[in-house]
Every structure is written in C-alpha cells, then in structure tokens.
Design a protein around this ligand. Sequence first.
Ligand SMILES: [Zn+2]
Length: 376
Amino acid sequence: MVHDDNAVTRLAAAVSRMPTWAYRSMVRVMVECRASSFASFGTSRLMPSDDGKYVLWAAGSGVVSSSTSLRLLSASTLSAPVSSDTRKVPWDDARRIVVDAYSEFSDEAGAIVARFFDDNWIDGPVRPDKRTGAFCATTVPGVHPYVLMNYTGDRRSILTLAHELGHGLHGVLAQPLGLFNSSTPLTTAETASVFGEALTFELLLANEDDPRRRLDLLTGRIEDAIATTFRQIAMNRFEHAVHTERRDQGELSPERIGELWLEAQNALFADSVSTEGYMPWWSYIPHFTGTPGYVYAYAYGYLFSLAIYRRYLSEGETMVEPYLDLLRAGGSRSPEELAQLVGLDLTDPAIWASGIDALAEELDEAERLAGELGLG
Ligand SMILES: [Zn+2]
C-alpha cells in the first residue's frame, strides 16, 4: 500500500482555507480519505468470475457486472452480486455465529448480545406487511434497546444482525449515562456496529475453506465498504459543489445539478463505469435535501471504527477494556476524546489511512483468491 501523504497534506491545507457550508474539519477528513483512495485504488482491474460474470475493481468503486464479455459497466449494474451461492443459514446458526464473534472479543460483550436473543429483543423474521430494513432503537433509560431486521438467511443478513447488535451493545453499555449523554452523534454512532460486523466477518471468513465462497464473502465486504466510504465521499463532494455554486451564482437548474453529480461520480468511477443516463440519479438520495451534509458521517464513522478494529488486531486483549470504555462513554465526549481512550489521535491523518489499509488488504486477498481460482 502506498499513500501519497503529500497530496493528503496539500489538499487538507487547501480545503482548510476554503469557506465551506459544512463543517470544515469534516470536509478535510473527506478530502484526506479521497486522496488516499486515489493512491490506494488507482488502477482499474478486471477479474472474470467462474460463471461468466466479471468483477471490476475500479478507481475506488469496486463494481460487479453480470455481463458475459468484457465491457464497460453501466451504472445500473453496480453492486450486482458476484456469486450464485444461495445457501441459507438458519436463524439459530446465525445467532451462534454472532454471539461467538462478540464473545471471542469479550465475555461481557458476548453476554449482552446473547441477552437480545434470550429476552426476545430482536424482531427478526420476515413477515407480510412488516417494514423493510434494519435498525436498533435505543429509546430512554430504563428501557432496553430493540432490534428490528428482516433476516433472510444469506450471509449479508448475518452481518446485518451483527451490525444492529453492535448498536444494541453500545446502547446497553452507555445507558447508565442517562438520556442526554448516552446517545451518540452520527460520527461515532456506527463505531460499535461496524466493529461488531468486522468481528463477525472475520469469524465467517475463518470458518470458510472453500476459496470461491471466501471470495464471495470478501467481495461482498469490499462492496459494502466502498459504498460506505468512497461513494459517500463522492456524494459529499457533489453536495459541496452544489451548495458552493448555489451561493455564488444563485438558483441552479436540474441539468446543472445533474452535471455536478456526473462530475463527482466520474471522478469516483474513473473510466471504468459508463455514467450514461446517470445524470438525474442524485435525486434518489434523500439526504441531499432532507439532511444536507449528512453523508460525510458514514465515511467518517466507518473508517473511525475500522481504525479501532485494526488497533485491536495489532494490540489484542489490551484493547478490549478501553474499547468497552469508549462504548460506555456514549455521546458524553467528543470523537477526539473517545478516540484517545483507545490510543488513537483523530487529528492524525494516518488514522484514516489505517481504515483504508484494512480495505486494501481485503482487496489484495480477494485478488489473490481470484488468481488462485484462475479468475484473475
Ligand atoms: Zn448502523
């Protein structure tokens, strides 16, 4: 992994001098991530898969095509599944996997997560008329969190379960702080969920010997990571461009907004994805109008959590209590102070590079597997 630290520093300095509609420091984080992404995922690579599908790792986009011959991908084929594996994991097995993943990290965390199952704090099954999606509702002190999800038995569903139980663990641990200090701002809200997903993903991967299914696991994880980091960063740059131009030039036409959207998306996809017909697609992101400036927090939170996870991988046991202390602190301290609890300095751009390094290692492993399978 090579990072262009000079580019990061230069861009960060340039942005810090700019007037910006969003929090300046957050935008700087985005630029840092973005600069790293260019260094890390600078080239487009193609990997045909076993059944005639092709996987393309573009400049930070990591996209999948179901085409039967090499061609430029269209935006509408992004994130199509690479695998035809349709095995289902029963709920009880998913429960065992997730509780094991948390328990291997910490007995206390495992016991809290197990309570969600034992005490029926999870609405898991798919039912007619049930709302879609997944979330963890942490309400008021004295009431335990609830998880809602739609468990379908695929491995993505297991990771969703692990994700929501991370929120649940965070909620339970921070609850003694009371109403005003327990809930977190969005920047740190995904810390426990992404961390729990990482623990569970590692367990799934460790238990999977079949190289093709390992590759499938890895590509799914990389896709998720890219959607949560690089894609959100590109969206943040789009928002920034729109708000800046609106301030400077007045009302913008839908066409102009579409052009700015395409500029940001083309920078993300480089020349690997055709964005023909993609111009109006900015309009399907509700955050742009409902909660402007929100998308940065996905990338921020995800990389923050991955950086903590990497520190756990290198430090081992000694990180367990400090990490649980971080969760126990809920939203009572700033992200910088919380990071200090686990020995991380949020003012150091290296922390973001660390999160991106984690993704790059998974990408390397996916490529190695693809090569081993004769798909590279
Ligand atoms: Zn979440």
